[in-house]
Structures are given as structure tokens and as C-alpha cells.
Design a binder for this molecule. Structure first.
Ligand SMILES: Cc1ncc(COP(=O)(O)OP(=O)(O)O)c(N)n1
Ligand SMILES: Cc1nc(C(=O)O)sc1CCOP(=O)(O)O
Ligand SMILES: [Mg+2]
Length: 480
């Protein structure tokens, strides 16, 4: 398959640290093809930016037409716009590519100091370009410059969205002593992404972040995943930063991420950095049937199942409560990891071993109450941003699904596949037990075993089996 082409509109830093040079390296590392369109031949050093060096617009447009002639542009990243004439050409290019994701890192002042872009450019970005962008990634000073010194981040981003901006990622949006926090806002969703602070002396990080997001969008990723993946890439790059000349630069690499590289995600400012300490559960939870009544719990535990979930849906409170109570009473002191799906209050009341919650369930659940009651917590994930959300909660295990196509539940996620599961097992190894779920039967469980995943959960493979006892025994023997 052809590599997605990403048009990079920005300035050349002849020292190769920021701007187009950083963009090219990033896009290439994301398996996309960079189309560098240079707006300015800057003169800069560690002492600052001394000249912007806007290029001739006829040359710029001739270069653009050449790119367009041979490549199918899948995303555009915009960086330095040195003057108004170039700004007008950038608008022309954006209008020429309707429906293509556009990420803009508004370079309004060089991080190394010195010359800044003309005042008119700032106004032009606000009045003429914002409405054509998919995402803007300002830092706090840039956000302030674009909104006439508004201090309040949420108010400032609201103003930008009134100008037609679709989404904004404010870097360092809520500066805090321990964490570096970004704020993402779009019409559909708003969230905070936070991480322990890394060294701040690394150059070109804004360019790398925006180019990485553009690359993920070019590859068809969801915006939330593009943001979380790009932030992970930047964090790892900063953690492994290398000294080059007078600078510290991001290391571009394909090495696996460390858990600390992934940002934590939450939906409320008050939850930034809030840690929970759920009790641990075995690192290998084994064969994990998910059933809808207490009778199934009894039948499967009698065969030797040690981890099981009661998932009662669409039943009244009284029946649900009775089912959970019946299962707990039957289990008594048996060494069984008994999880209750969704109904965390009843799980606490009845003294279950743990609770399983999905991402939406997390909005309503009182996690502190679950921790205080000593119950374990499992969380569903189906994407990287959901993983970032789960990590913020620090659960007892993380479920990834659907690994294969499932008929048991309608969901907007395509199958994750075996390779993705393998990647998560490596990444979370030793920190979080993983449960794989979705379309898993005996044959598929056999395929998943070499990934090292500690547990496979299933509904229909057992509950609709011709001979559920034989199927369960076979699965237990396979997972020995
Ligand atoms: C082990 C396991 N993994 C995932 C799920 C799904 O939970 P959730 O996303 O909350 O969806 P519902 O089960 O409530 O429909 C699960 N139950 N168990
Ligand atoms: C309840 C559920 N949650 C999933 C997730 O991906 O979060 S997949 C799923 C259904 C699993 O049923 P079966 O084993 O019959 O495919
Ligand atoms: Mg649920």
C-alpha cells in the first residue's frame, strides 16, 4: 500500500533542529511520505531567530503544484507563516484540499527567542485560517497571542471555536507543579492529557507533536488516538533526547514505548493526577467466562473456572441484585475471582471480588468507594485514548477488545487483531494484567496464547457451545 503523503508547510531551520527538518523526520518515522513546502529560509541559531526569510510566493505555489501533480495528499501540517502574502497562499492551498485533515502548529514566536512573525499574520490566522483547520496546537503564549491575551484557556478555546476552529490542543494548558497537562477540546469531546514533566530544553517538540498527529490522521486514525499516540511519541523522544551540536533533540525511533511515555487522560480538571490504589489481582486471570446469570456461574465454577464475570443486562434492579447475591452465596469461600459487570454498588454490597467497568461506566462510578470497599477493578479499552483513560485510574486489570469480530455486542470499534494484543502485552507487562475479549473461541484462544496474554474472556464460545462442559475443560487445559 502507498505511504500516505503529508504536505508540510513551514520554515526551514538550516540547523536541522526545528521546522520542516523536524517535520520530515517525524513523518518518515510514522511511515508516511513527507512533501516539504518551504515558506521561509530562516536564519537562526541558539542565540535566536535573526531573519524569517520569506520565500517567493510564485516559487512556493510552483512547488505546491508539483507536489499535487504526483501525490494524493492525505493530511497537511502547517507551521511557520512568515508574512501575510504567504498566509494568503496557505489559505489557497487549504481551500484546494477540502476534507483533508489540517493540523496547524501556530509558530508565532521562536522558542529560541528573537524575531517574531508580523502582527497581521496572527490576525489572518485567526480570521481566515482557523475555519479551515482540523486541529490547532498552540502553547499557552500562542493561545494568548491569538485571543488578545485571554488568560482563561477554556474561554480562549471557545473564542477560537466560534471563529470556526474544529479542535484545539493547548500544550501545557494547565500548568501544574508535578504534571505537564494539555487540554483538548472539540465539539464532541474535551479532555485533559497529563504526564510527569520532562526536560523542557529539547528543541522542536511542537513541530514533532503536530507532524506526528498529522501523520496519524493521514493514516486514518481517530483524532483522540492521533493525539495520544503523538504525545507518547514525543514523550519517549524527550526521555531519550540526544545532544546534537548546542542542542538537545528528540530521538526518533521505533523502540517500544515505556508505560510512562503514555499520557494519562481524564475529563475533569479536578481529576488531574488523582491516583487510585485498587487491589491487585493475579497477573494471569486465565479462562474468563462472562455470563448473564448465577446458574452459569455455578455450572462453570463446578468445572474448574477460577475467574468469572456476571454481566446482567436489561434486568430490573431487584433481579440483578438477586442474581449477584445468589452467585456470591454459592461461591462462599471458594478461591474464585468473581467480577460483577456495571453494577458496582451491588457488587460492594454483596462483597464481590471485583467490578468490571467500561469507559462510559467510569463517568458515573464512584471509584473511591470501590477502592475503599477493597474491590478490584477491571476496565475495558478499545483504543489508545481509552488506554490513556484506563491508566489514569490505575485499575487491577485492563481488558482489550474486540480482538476478533463479535456477535455478542454492537460496538463502533473494528477488531484489534493479534498483533495489537501482542504490543499491549509487551507494553503493560508486569504492570497491568491484560484480558483479551471479543470473538474468542478455542481455536482463537490457541492463536492468542503465544502473545503472552494472561487471560481470555468469552461469552458465546461457552454459553452457546454444543457441549459447554467439554469446551470449558478444553479451554482450561489449553491455558494450563
Ligand atoms: C473482561 C471484559 N472486557 C470487556 C467488557 C465490556 O465491558 P463494557 O465496555 O462495560 O461493556 P458491557 O459489558 O457493559 O456491555 C466486559 N464486560 N468484560
Ligand atoms: C461484552 C464484550 N465486550 C467487548 C469489548 O471489546 O469490550 S467484546 C464483548 C462480547 C464478547 O462476547 P463473545 O465472546 O461472544 O464475542
Ligand atoms: Mg459496562
Amino acid at each position: 500500500m502507498a505511504k500516505p503523503a503529508v504536505l508540510l508547510i513551514g520554515g526551514l531551520d538550516p540547523q536541522g533542529c526545528a521546522g520542516i527538518a523536524a517535520d520530515i523526520a517525524t513523518v518518515q518515522h510514522h511511515d508516511c511520505h513527507p512533501l516539504p513546502l518551504i515558506t521561509a529560509m530562516t536564519e537562526q541559531s541558539s542565540a535566536g531567530l535573526t531573519a524569517l526569510g520569506a520565500v517567493n510566493t510564485n516559487k512556493l505555489m510552483a512547488q505546491y503544484r508539483n507536489c499535487k501533480a504526483d501525490f494524493d495528499i492525505q493530511a497537511i501540517k502547517v507551521g511557520l507563516i512568515p508574512d501575510l502574502i504567504i498566509a494568503e497562499k496557505v489559505k489557497q492551498i487549504l481551500l484546494d484540499n477540502p476534507g483533508i485533515p489540517v493540523v496547524m502548529d501556530p509558530v508565532l514566536a521562536s522558542s529560541s527567542g528573537g524575531k517574531t512573525v508580523a502582527d497581521g499574520v496572527r490576525q489572518y490566522i485567526r480570521d481566515e485560517l482557523l475555519q479551515h483547520l482540523t486541529l490547532l496546537t498552540p502553547n499557552l503564549p500562542e493561545l494568548s497571542l491569538l485571543t488578545d491575551n485571554l488568560e482563561d484557556v477554556e474561554q480562549a478555546t471557545t473564542i477560537l471555536s466560534q471563529k470556526g476552529l474544529q479542535a484545539c490542543l493547548v500544550k501545557g494548558g494547565h500548568a501544574d507543579s508535578e504534571f505537564a497537562t494539555d487540554f483538548f477540546i472539540s465539539e464532541q469531546v474535551r479532555f485533559y492529557c497529563y504526564q510527569t514533566k520532562y526536560a523542557s530544553d529539547v528543541r522542536g517538540t511542537g513541530c514533532v507533536l503536530a507532524s506526528a498527529i498529522a501523520s496519524h490522521l493521514a493514516s486514518g486514525q481517530d483524532m483522540r488516538d492521533a493525539v495520544v499516540l503523538a504525545k507518547t511519541y514525543v514523550s519517549r523522544g524527550i526521555r531519550q533526547a540526544q545532544t546534537v551540536g548546542s542542542y538537545r533533540l528528540i530521538k526518533h525511533s521505533h523502540e517500544p514505548w515505556a508505560l510512562e511515555d503514555i499520557p494519562r487522560l481524564c475529563y475533569q480538571k479536578t481529576l488531574i493526577g488523582q491516583q487510585f490504589n485498587f487491589p491487585s489481582c493475579p497477573s494471569r486471570l486465565g479462562i474468563y467466562p462472562v455470563v448473564d446469570n448465577a446458574e452459569w456461574v455455578q455450572k462453570l465454577v463446578d468445572i474448574g473456572i477460577e475467574t468469572i464475570q456476571l454481566r446482567v443486562k436489561d434486568r430490573d434492579e431487584k433481579t440483578t441484585s438477586q442474581q449477584i447475591k445468589q452467585a456470591v452465596e454459592y461461591l462462599g469461600h471458594k478461591p474464585v475471582n468473581f467480577f460483577v459487570n456495571d453494577h458496582w454498588q451491588i457488587a460492594i454490597e454483596q462483597g464481590a471480588y471485583g467490578v468490571h467497568l467500561g469507559q462510559e461506566d467510569l463517568h458515573d462510578a464512584n471509584l473511591k468507594q470501590i477502592v475503599d470497599a477493597g474491590l478490584r477493578l477491571g476496565i475495558s479499552t478499545h483504543s489508545y485514548w481509552e488506554l490513556a483513560r484506563a491508566l489514569a485510574v490505575n485499575p487491577s486489570y485492563i481488558a482489550l477488545g474486540p480482538i476478533f469480530e463479535t456477535t455478542s455486542k454492537q460496538m463502533p470499534f473494528s477488531p484489534q487483531g493479534v498483533e495489537r494484543l501482542k504490543q499491549w502485552v509487551t507494553m503493560l507487562d508486569g504492570n497491568y494484567p491484560i484480558v483479551a475479549i471479543g470473538g474468542i473461541n478455542y481455536e482463537r484462544a490457541r492463536l492468542l496464547k503465544p502473545t503472552g496474554v494472561g487471560s481470555v474472556a468469552m461469552i458465546t464460545a461457552i454459553t452457546l457451545a454444543d457441549d459447554y462442559q467439554k469446551t470449558t475443560r478444553d479451554l482450561l487445559a489449553l491455558w494450563q
